[in-house]
Structures are given as structure tokens and as C-alpha cells.
Write a protein that binds this ligand. Structure first.
Ligand SMILES: NC(=O)c1ccc[n+]([C@@H]2O[C@H](COP(=O)([O-])OP(=O)(O)OC[C@H]3O[C@@H](n4cnc5c(N)ncnc54)[C@H](OP(=O)(O)O)[C@@H]3O)[C@@H](O)[C@H]2O)c1
Length: 262
């Protein structure tokens, strides 16, 4: 197989500085997939506001790295589980940059464990961060967006593909995010805003930190391509959806899982 055949189609498109002058807010961007998304959007010319919960030092370092792309950046401490902080982060981004074009609801937590082992407190926390936070962010962001606005949620293939035990609460929350994406497509469409849900399979980040080497190998071999995903691969798809040419893609749940669910 040629190398070209392995390059995702959105990567083959020259992003150049297509997002020049746009403003993006990426939640939970101190590390992992969110960090990769923030850098990718900055590389395409967007000014980027990132939120963090505990990864303050990482977020500060990220701001410097984003600025290295010649764009503006700021980091805001905001617990995605607290609606007031989510709304404040959205308002601060708009006030600082004077516009808001792209919202990426990336922050998320696992609620792992067999049914009896997931406390109701952890269940509520997962819903607060993975579902209520994104809804509140969209409520705050959409009225501040002009036509051409982009909302991109980071869901999971787990919402409709789950060959393992112990993920029910997490996958329920990601299923709600998928429904939210479909449910808002029409009302946002009237405003010229698209909303999509990127659903990664297993991507090598701290979210997989509890998995043993054997489990990681098992995850890798369960894909069609024989490996785990990279945060940059998810970031490329998000950047593709953020561009103005992606205006006909909305209400979509887009899997990026190396063929795990094929
Ligand atoms: N990695 C995978 O295999 C995979 C697969 C499917 C979907 N996803 C989804 O991809 C997204 C990113 O995950 P990741 O893999 O990059 O995991 P990660 O490395 O664990 O990063 C999670 C991010 O979410 C933020 N976050 C967690 N709780 C938060 C809260 N209460 N308020 C604000 N931010 C909070 C974290 O910020 P702090 O560090 O500042 O707390 C961190 O930046 C998540 O929505 C996850 O569900 C990941």
C-alpha cells in the first residue's frame, strides 16, 4: 500500500491558513486530544482560547506554543462540570477576541467500572462534564457566533459500539452527546451554524492510563489498521470540520476509530 493511501482525505486537503482571523474555544485542552486540536486550529490561523481544569501549567505552556503560530491565545481555568464556569469561559473568549467562530467541546471524563462499582456521584459527574457542560457551552456560544459558526463535540465510538464491560455510564453520556448533536442540527442550521460529533476510537492519551500493556495491544489489534489512534489524527478531522468548505456537514456523528467498529 502506498503511503498516500494511508493519508486521511481531510489531511490531503491543504489547510493553509484557512482559519485565519477565526476564533476558537477548545475545552479541556491542557493535554491529550484537546491540546492537539488547539495546536491544529492555531496552525490553520485561528486565535485560540483553551480551558483547563487542573492542568494549569500544561495550558500555560500550550498558550506559548499556540502563540508561536503567530496567533493570539489565552488559557482559562474552568470546570466543565460547573455551568457558571463554562458560561464565563465562553464570555471571556468572546470579550477578549471580539468574536467566536469555533467551539470544540472536548473536555471529558471516564466513569469506568461495572454497574455496581460506579457510584451515583461519579455518574452525575460524568454527565455534568460530558453532557451538561457541552450543552451550556453551546447555549452560551451559539448566540455569539455569526453565520459560518462551527460547533464540534468530541464523543466516542462507545456510544454505539461497545464490545467491553464496564463502560455503561461513560457510553451513555457520549450517547447523549451524539443525540445533542443531531437534536441541535436544525435549530443551529437556521442560524448558519453547523454542529458535528467526532467519535474517536482508542487514542493514546492519559485517558487510557489505566490500561495495561496487554490491554493496549488488545485495543490495537481490535482495529482494522492494527494500531491505536494519535491525537493529531483526531485534530485533523476537527480542523476539517471547522473550515468554511465543510458547511454541508452537520448533525453528523463521525467515527475515527481505525476501523474498530467496521
Ligand atoms: N483517548 C481516547 O481513547 C478517547 C476515545 C474516545 C473519546 N475520547 C474523548 O476525547 C476527549 C479528550 O480525551 P483525551 O483522550 O484527550 O483524555 P485526557 O488526556 O484524559 O484529557 C481529558 C481532558 O479533559 C479535561 N477535563 C477533565 N475533566 C474536566 C473538567 N471537570 N473540567 C474541564 N476539563 C476537564 C482535562 O483537563 P485537566 O487536565 O485540566 O483536568 C483534559 O484536558 C474526551 O471527551 C474523551 O471522552 C477519548
Amino acid at each position: 500500500m502506498s503511503h498516500l493511501a494511508e493519508v486521511p482525505f481531510w489531511k490531503a486537503i491543504n489547510m493553509g491558513d484557512e482559519l485565519r482571523g477565526k476564533v476558537a474555544l477548545v475545552t479541556g485542552a491542557g493535554r491529550g486530544i484537546g491540546r492537539a486540536i488547539a495546536l491544529r486550529l492555531a496552525a490553520a490561523g485561528a486565535h485560540v482560547s483553551v480551558t483547563y481544569h487542573v492542568s494549569g501549567a500544561e495550558a500555560a505552556a500550550l498558550v506559548e506554543k499556540i502563540q508561536g503560530h503567530g496567533v493570539r491565545a489565552m488559557a482559562i481555568k474552568a470546570d466543565m462540570g460547573k455551568v457558571s464556569e463554562v458560561v464565563a469561559a465562553t464570555e471571556q473568549t468572546y470579550d477578549m477576541f471580539g468574536r467566536l467562530d469555533i467551539l470544540v467541546n472536548n473536555a471529558g471524563i471516564l466513569a469506568a467500572g461495572l454497574m455496581e462499582d460506579v457510584s451515583i456521584e461519579r455518574f452525575d459527574e460524568a454527565y455534568a462534564v460530558n453532557v451538561r457542560g457541552p450543552f451550556a457551552a453551546i447555549q452560551a456560544a451559539a448566540p455569539r457566533m455569526e453565520r459560518g459558526g462551527r460547533i464540534i463535540n468530541i464523543g466516542s465510538i462507545g456510544s454505539d459500539f461497545m464490545p467491553y464491560k464496564g463502560r455503561a455510564a461513560y457510553t451513555m453520556s457520549k450517547g447523549a452527546l451524539a443525540s445533542l448533536t443531531r437534536g441541535l442540527a436544525r435549530e443551529l442550521g437556521e442560524r448558519g451554524i453547523t454542529i458535528n460529533n467526532v467519535q474517536p476510537g482508542r487514542v493514546l492519551t492519559r485517558l487510557l492510563k489505566e490500561a495495561s500493556d496487554d490491554k493496549l495491544s488488545e485495543f490495537a489489534s481490535s482495529t482494522a489498521v492494527g494500531r491505536l489512534g494519535e491525537p493529531d489524527e483526531v485534530a485533523d478531522l476537527v480542523a476539517y470540520l471547522a473550515r468554511s468548505q465543510a458547511g454541508y456537514i452537520t448533525g453528523a456523528n463521525l467515527r475515527i476509530d481505525g476501523g474498530t467498529s467496521a
